[in-house]
Design a binder for this molecule. Structure first.
Ligand code: UGA
Length: 448
């Protein structure tokens, strides 16, 4: 049965498109808005503008006007239609890093509130999902009440999103926790209704004040970044002391208090979230007069960025000290597997650095070639891993797609100029490659 509560989703990127489709899957009537008409048009045809496993299936099941769909999901570019339609409005726009600064750019969130509020003439709940600096929700609440004809009957809650790209559908339908910064009982009741399905299935529902809800997200991403940079710092030590960071991580992970997850050493973290979120967190802490509390994040950031340089150096060393004129195949361009997202991608960044230092770089990514080409049109792009590897003096494995782990070292060996494989993600099997006559090198691992 359809729920009487109607939902809108503002901003239809990785977060919003998935959230809108998942809300329709949970039985709600949903209207999604994006200021880019091409995006809403594509979604209205049941096609996803981004690659996210499972998302197109959900769209096909629910987008209005498609054969056999529930018709629960529609799209618009009109703020008036959005306000007239919805009881609960989710803000899912992005908050990128500001050019030349650590702080995040709040202009899209602010524009969303300013555009929606003047149309809110009956009680409504606006729910922020975007990652924002602590204190934003309080400020946006004042703006909302000021601009909305409904006045204080227009409320603002904060409900941060913890989805991982590549698992966005799964994480949205079955979140590991729901954090709801609620200004009132009414807001809490509405959010419990919206999330009734995952709550019934066991997702913990944590009610907090607004600043705590905002902070949970910044703290979670700071912790995850710290975990990755910790193991990458250990990789640096392993390199100096001839240790093996993969064995080290495995041994650490058996301690329940540490755990195995997010201890994968390699070229480090990237994407549209972790790097900019730790910087925005530092900037906000500075504004609050507590910069020292998170100054360690500066070190986390620099350990992470050093890994990219280390991979370039390892490639240079493997190729005899110079990259000039050397042919390098780069497997992977997305910042992580099962995604076509190349924002701050370590793989693409390394490919670019190699190119700038004179190497002839050919990149292959199963889903991100097109996005990568837009950022780095000067690199060459191949249609398959084997094609990228043709005549290569070295093959670099930089995004850990499953398909790369399944490559046959013998088959790749037949097309390269030299059998040299550099594993930037420590997910290939060194034995397998060495047995096929390859020189296998990786960050934080012994050379032989
Ligand atoms: C991250 C968080 O994991 C989500 O919980 C959060 O909701 C999201 O940011 C967000 O703020 O929206 P995501 O950016 O999709 O999710 O990617 P992650 O899975 O966290 O991976 C980030 C980067 O770290 C990738 O480049 C990945 O390759 C790298 N990584 C991850 C490692 O280098 N080692 C690891 O052990 C794990």
């Amino acid at each position: 049965m359809n729920s009487p509560t109607k939902i809108t989703v503002i901003g239809l990127g990785y977060l919003g498109a998935t959230h809108a489709a998942a809300m329709a899957e949970m039985g709600f009537e949903v209207l999604g808005l994006d200021i880019v008409p091409e995006k809403t048009e594509e979604l209205a045809r049941g096609r996803s503008p981004i690659y996210e496993p499972g998302l197109e299936d959900l769209l096909r099941r629910h987008v209005a006007g498609l054969p056999d769909s529930t018709g629960r999901l529609s799209f618009t570019t009109s703020w008036a239609d959005l306000a007239a339609f919805g009881d609960v409005h989710f803000i899912c726009v992005n908050t990128p890093q500001r050019a030349g600064e650590y702080a995040c750019d709040m202009s899209y969130v602010e524009a969303a509130v300013e555009s929606l509020a003047p149309h809110l003439d009956r009680p409504a709940l606006v729910v922020g999902k975007s990652t924002v600096p602590v204190g934003s929700a309080a400020r946006l609440t004042r703006r909302l009440v000021e601009l909305a004809p409904a006045g204080e009957a227009a409320e603002l809650a904060w409900n941060p999103e913890f989805l991982r790209e590549g698992y966005a559908v799964e994480d949205t339908l079955r979140p590991d926790r729901i954090v709801a910064g609620c200004p009132s009982e009414r807001a809490e009741t509405l959010l419990r209704e919206v999330y009734a399905r995952p709550i019934a299935a066991g997702s913990p529902f944590l009610v907090t004040d607004l600043p705590t809800a905002e902070l949970v997200k910044s703290a979670a991403n700071a912790f995850l970044s710290t975990k990755i940079s910790f193991i990458n710092a250990m990789a640096e030590i392993c390199e100096a002391a001839d240790g093996d960071v993969v064995m080290l991580a495995e041994a650490l992970g058996h301690d329940d208090r540490i755990g195995k997850k997010f201890l994968q050493a390699g070229i480090g973290f990237g994407g549209g979230c972790l790097p900019k979120d730790i910087r925005a967190f530092m900037a906000r802490a500075g504004e609050l007069g507590v910069a020292d509390a998170v100054s360690f994040l500066r070190e986390i950031d620099s350990i992470n960025m050093r890994r990219r340089g280390a991979m370039v150096e390892l490639t240079k060393e493997t190729l005899g000290g110079t990259l000039l004129g050397k042919r390098v195949a780069v497997l992977g361009a997305a910042f992580k597997p099962d995604s076509d997202d190349v924002r701050d991608s370590p793989a693409l960044n390394i490919a670019g650095q190699l190119h700038l230092q004179g190497a002839q770089v050919t990149v292959f990514d199963p889903k991100a070639n097109e996005n990568a080409r837009r950022v780095f049109p000067t690199l060459r792009y191949a249609g398959t891993a084997i094609e990228a590897a043709e005549h290569a003096d070295a093959v670099l494995h930089l995004t850990p797609w499953r398909a790369f782990r399944e490559l046959d070292p013998e088959a790749v060996g037949e097309v390269v100029a030299e059998r040299r494989i550099l594993d930037g993600r420590n997910t290939l099997d060194p034995e397998l490659w060495r047995k096929a006559g390859w020189t296998y090198r990786a960050l934080g691992r012994p050379t032989a």
